[in-house]
Structure formats: structure tokens, C-alpha cells
Design a protein around this ligand. Structure first.
Ligand code: ADP
Ligand code: MG
Length: 619
């Protein structure tokens, strides 16, 4: 598809003045900030020389602690110590199905607040508190106010989650230059966008295996412009799962049947330690309870094979999405702590048949890339490449029969705008409901509803005459606005999609999977629904015609027509497609005859209205 030029925010009008721009990786487990100084991107340390700020906040009556200082309270004061707040961003109470120790308050369909010793705190406020820490760190170490920031988000974040992140940044007093997908930032960190050594297009794979999630993206660099071709991943596949596999193996080795909670936690901690040590040693000792087990790289590789195979098959699927072969990939970039494991690097190397890039610290690479983009956007850089992200799920609207008309398909590069024309279904219809949905399935009920609005004041016209233009626009941050306009009268209506709750990662995953699984079934369902719509249209038109001209039919004709009509009306909602088609055909035989009668009558009328002179003149 054609690329769209992005209107760059915060472009400096005075090119020689250096403006302070930062990149923030706002992570589930830890967050950090980076900036470009003297042309070089670097992470910023706090006063204790730490780079990683654990994403933890403790709210007590005595005050607030952040990061490492908040950590001890996870065990002593769990209700007031918020960890992994990113998992709550842009989610409703009903979306939050995972276990947590918090007291949440608020409506089911809204982002809930945490009940803390300092009162209610929303996920947005808590994230803002973390962002403020990083902003202060930057201002202290750079001795200057920050002019703008790029914040990274997972590729899977939907509209609500992105909006919540943006709100948090604004609350923290940051001028958000852009939200950037994490894998995209990683590619920038390696300067892949600057590589103009080859004239032809280049494709890159970003493989991000963190603590709890896996993300893979394919980027294309074409004439100095970056485009994200496709993304995919798994929301419950990461380092924690590798630890679990080690525990399972250890249990088997030690012939243990069950572990209580405390034992399991102990096993998990030991497994993680051993796994991380294996990145530097050929063989390590796994110490669990009173036992010592020897774990070699080869055995570890065997144990985690099942998890790595899953990541590899996702990589292959994303390659197919991008319509690329293995040979088309110039480089593979490793991101996330788990890619420090030799076994992971090995697996990636084997499948892509090349050495992956892993020279930049995988914890820091996303923040580094974000700072480089921030520096470009604020106007300090040379005219660099533009970064294009993609929509994670398809966007569309509801049409007759509960079907989805897709306007923007998933993995479309953003920003993007698409317009399509729709029309009215009934004579004199003066309003139209625009229902915006997200998902890969053909029926509205299987997709996720994002919002609805009504276009009112459509002038009365016969069905199918009105021309209603609907425009979907996704901006560079992935936020959607939908507008509808009736072209003859100019009436219009629009909404910005900022839903109060978001889609959980699991739901995104499910919607994607279902899209694949039910493709065939959906095709049939769509066919059936379309046939139903066609049938109701036929019936509607026939009823109108009968109102006007029923007198033209003989009693037998009328009865035959009515019988065919009732039959179709009766089976409309339950019948299978074959019987529906038969009933439509039957009705058509009679209704066509009726139409012919009406046509003749109209011609008669027309002829009667013609003056004799007209005929004699033309003859
Ligand atoms: P996230 O982005 O999900 O917050 P990270 O990218 O920080 O997570 O990755 C955390 C994971 O990386 C943990 O599972 C941790 O055990 C793993 N990890 C950290 N260091 C190493 C190492 N040296 N070798 C293997 N795995 C490691
Ligand atoms: Mg990460």
C-alpha cells in the first residue's frame, strides 16, 4: 500500500537550538529513560547509578515510594504496592481476569481504580507517577527541562490502552511527541533505518522475548522510510514460562508429585537463577529444597524446546502475513531479557539462517531507540526516516444482517485514512446507525464493539439513493476517529474512539486466532447473512408494489404470490442457505410476473398520457 506522510509534531523552527527529547520504555516489570547527547543515544541513571526503575509504586499514609524503594512492600504491604500496572492500563474490570492482590473499585465497564492508603488511584495516575520519576531523573541529569518525549507501547496495545498511556504521559507533564511500538524502537536503536548501503528494500525481523510475553514484528526499509509490515506474538509466552518448564523438569527428576505454594515459589526462583546463570556458563547447579541438580545448556535447550518452537511458528506465520520468504530477511534483532539465553539465540539463528543482532543490551534497546526517534521528532536530528506502525486488528463497521464491512485491515501501516460509501436500506430512512467494530471475524457479534453513533437528518429518499461517506482515520498513535457524511445534504456526524476500557491481550490473541480458525465458517455465515438481506430486500420491495398495484393480479395469481411470499418470510431466520435460495427462486417466478404486469400498466399509462399530435408529428 502507499505510504502516507506523517505530519511531524514538535518540529523545531530554529534548527541549531538543541531541544531536550527523551525516550521512555514504560515496561511491565521495569521502566527506563534514554536521551541523545552529542549525537549518541544513552540511558540515564538515577542518583544511585541505576538504570532500570522497577515499575512498582507503594502508596502509604506516610508517603510514596517508587521502584527499588517500593519493592520490599510487595510482601509486607501488598494491597498498597502496585506492580505491573501496565496490565491494567485501558482495561475494564471485566477484562481483568488475572490474579492480583488489589481492591479495585469502579464500574464493571470502566478502568477501575486501586483502593490504597492514599485513596483511589487509577492505572493512569499510577503510570503517571512512574513517568514523573523518569522525567525528574532526566531533568536532574540533563540539568534542563524536557521538551518532548516518545513513549513505547507493545505492538498489541489497542486504542484504549494507547489512549491510557498517552493520558498518563500528559498527567506526568510530558509533551508526547509520539507513542511508538516497542519493536520499532528496537530497530531504530540498531540504526537499521540509517542503512542505505543497498539500493533495494530491506526487511528486518524483531524478536522480543521478555518475562511474560513474546512479540515479533517485520519491518521494511524502503528508500529511507521504515514501514512495519506485520506483527504477531503471544501474550503468555516468555521467560516465566521457561522457568516453569525447568520446574516441571526438576520435579520429574526428583520424582516429586506435588509442590505447595511456598515450595513452588522457591522452585521458580531457583529455576530463574539457574537459567540466567546458564547464559554465562555451560553447566549450572539447580538448588531446590535439599537437592542439587546439574543443568547443562544441552538439557536446558531440550526442556524449553516446546516454548521456543511456539515462538518460531509464530515467526513463520508473521512472515506469511508479510508475504516474505526466509531469504528476504536481512537482519534479525533480539530484544527482551530472555534473548540472553544461548538456546534462544541458537534457535533464532537456525530458523533464520543468520546471526541475530544482540550487541545492544536487550533491556535497554527499546528506550535507546525511543530516544533516537524523540530526538528526530523534536527537530535535532538530520532528516531521518519516518516510522510507520500498523493496526493490530482490522477495523470496520456493521452493515445489514449483522455483517462486518472492513475498512482498514489488520497490519495496515498507520497513519491511514480510508473512505467508503454506504447507502440507506429503506425508503425515507432519515437516520443511520454507525457501529464501529474491531476484529477478524465476519459477523459483528464475534468482533469487539468500539463505539456507535447515529447520523441524523438524512433527507427523505428512496432506498439506495442516499450516499453516505464513512471515513476511518487512524493517527500516528493508533487512535481512531470515524466520520459519516451524507453527500447531498452535507449532514455529518463523527466520533473519536476513546473507549473507557480496552481489549485484554488474551482477547486480542483470541480474536486473531478465531479469525484464522473460523475463516471457512465465516465465509458460509456471511453468504447466509447476505442471502437473508437480499431476501428481506426482495420482500420489502414486493410489499410496496402490492400496496400500489395488487389489483392487477387475478385471485389465483395473488394467492400464488402470497404463498411464495409467506414461505420465504417463514423460513427467513432459521433456514439453511439452500432452502433459502429455493424459496427466493420460487418467489421470483411469481414476483417477476407481477413486475411484468406493473410494467405493462405503466406503459399503458404513459401511452394514454401522450397526445395524438405527438404521434402524428413524429410519424
Ligand atoms: P519484560 O519486557 O516482559 O518486562 P524483560 O525483557 O526485562 O521482560 O525480560 C525479563 C526476562 O528475562 C525474565 O524472564 C528473566 O529471567 C530473563 N533474563 C534476564 N536476564 C537473563 C539472562 N542472563 N539469561 C536468560 N534470561 C534472562
Ligand atoms: Mg520488554
Amino acid at each position: 500500500m502507499a505510504l502516507l506522510q506523517i505530519a511531524e509534531p514538535g518540529q523545531s523552527s530554529t534548527p541549531h537550538e538543541h531541544r531536550i527529547a527523551i525516550g521512555i520504555d514504560l515496561g511491565t516489570t521495569h521502566s527506563l529513560v534514554a536521551t541523545v547527547l552529542s549525537g549518541k543515544a544513552r540511558v540515564l541513571h538515577d542518583e544511585q547509578d541505576r538504570v532500570l526503575l522497577p515499575s512498582i509504586v507503594h502508596y502509604s499514609s506516610r508517603g510514596t515510594e517508587y521502584g527499588d524503594a517500593a519493592k520490599p512492600f510487595i510482601t509486607t504491604d501488598p494491597k498498597n504496592t502496585i506492580v505491573s500496572v501496565k496490565r491494567f492500563m485501558g482495561r475494564s474490570r471485566t477484562d481483568i481476569k488475572f490474579q492480583h492482590p488489589y481492591t479495585l473499585v469502579g464500574d464493571d465497564h470502566q478502568m477501575p481504580a486501586f483502593e490504597t492508603a492514599q485513596g483511589r488511584k487509577t492505572p493512569v495516575e499510577i503510570s503517571a507517577d512512574l513517568l514523573k520519576q523518569l522525567k525528574e531523573r532526566a531533568e536532574n541529569s540533563l540539568k534542563n527541562p524536557v521538551n518532548g518525549a516518545v513513549i513505547t507501547v507493545p505492538a498489541y496495545f489497542d486504542e484504549a490502552q494507547r489512549q491510557a498511556t498517552r493520558d498518563a504521559a500528559q498527567l506526568a507533564g510530558l509533551n508526547v511527541l509520539r507513542l511508538l511500538n516497542e519493536p520499532t524502537a528496537a530497530a531504530v536503536a540498531y540504526g537499521l533505518d540509517q542503512d542505505t548501503s543497498l539500493a533495494s528494500d530491506r526487511n528486518y525481523v524483531i524478536y522480543d522475548l521478555g518475562g511474560g510475553t513474546f512479540d515479533v514484528s517485520i519491518l521494511r526499509l524502503s528508500q529511507g522510510v521504515f514501514e512495519v509490515l506485520a506483527t504477531g506474538g503471544h501474550t503468555a509466552l516468555g521467560g516465566d514460562d521457561l522457568d516453569r518448564l525447568i520446574v516441571k523438569w526438576a520435579k520429574k527428576q526428583l520424582k516429586l508429585k506435588t509442590l505447595d505454594d511456598a515450595e513452588y515459589a522457591h522452585f521458580m526462583i531457583s529455576a530463574r537463577k539457574a537459567k540466567e546463570a546458564l547464559s554465562d556458563h555451560e553447566t549450572v547447579e539447580l538448588k531446590v529444597l535439599n537437592h542439587h541438580l546439574s543443568l547443562s545448556r544441552a538439557v536446558f535447550e531440550e526442556i524449553i524446546k516446546v516454548a521456543l518452537d511456539k515462538t518460531i511458528s509464530i515467526c513463520k506465520r508473521v512472515l506469511r502475513d508479510a508475504k516474505l520468504q526466509l531469504d528476504d530477511i536481512q537482519n534479525v534483532v533480539l530484544v527482551g531479557g530472555s534473548t540472553r539465553s544461548y538456546a534462544v539465540q541458537q534457535a533464532v539463528q537456525e530458523v533464520f539462517n543468520q546471526l541475530p543482532l544482540c550487541t545492544i543490551n536487550p533491556d535497554e534497546v527499546v528506550a535507546i531507540g525511543a530516544s533516537i526517534t524523540a530526538n528526530q521528532l523534536i527537530g535535532n536530528g538530520q532528516d531521518g526516516s519516518l516510522l510507520l506502525d500498523v493496526t493490530p486488528l482490522s477495523l470496520g463497521l456493521e452493515t445489514m444482517g449483522g455483517l462486518v464491512e472492513r475498512l482498514i485491515s489488520r497490519n495496515t501501516a498507520i497513519p491511514v485514512a480510508r473512505r467508503q460509501e454506504f447507502t440507506t436500506y429503506q425508503d425515507g430512512q432519515s437516520a443511520m446507525l454507525i457501529h464501529v467494530v474491531q476484529g477478524e471475524r465476519d459477523l459483528v457479534e464475534h468482533c469487539r464493539s468500539l463505539g456507535r453513533f447515529v447520523l441524523k437528518g438524512i433527507p427523505p429518499m428512496t432506498a439506495g439513493q442516499a450516499r453516505i461517506e464513512v471515513t476511518f482515520q487512524v493517527d500516528a498513535d493508533g487512535l481512531l476517529s470515524v466520520a459519516a457524511r451524507e453527500t447531498t445534504s452535507g449532514v455529518h456526524a463523527q466520533i473519536d474512539i476513546k473507549p473507557s476500557y480496552g481489549l485484554s491481550d488474551d482477547d486480542t490473541q483470541r480474536l486473531l486466532l478465531e479469525g484464522y480458525q473460523f475463516a471457512e465458517e465465516d465465509k458460509n455465515l456471511r453468504h447466509l447473512q447476505e442471502t437473508r438481506v437480499e431476501a428481506s430486500r426482495e420482500l420489502e420491495a414486493l410489499n410496496q408494489a402490492l400496496k400500489a398495484d395488487a389489483a392487477l393480479l387475478s385471485t389465483t395469481q395473488f394467492e400464488a404470490l402470497n404463498q411464495a411470499k409467506s414461505r420465504l418470510e417463514q423460513i427467513l431466520e432459521q433456514a439453511d442457505i439452500a432452502s433459502l435460495e429455493v424459496a427466493i427462486e420460487q418467489l421470483k417466478i411469481h414476483s417477476d410476473a407481477f413486475a411484468a404486469l406493473r410494467m405493462n400498466q405503466h406503459i399503458d399509462h404513459a401511452l394514454k398520457g401522450t397526445k395524438l399530435d405527438d404521434w402524428s408529428n413524429s410519424n
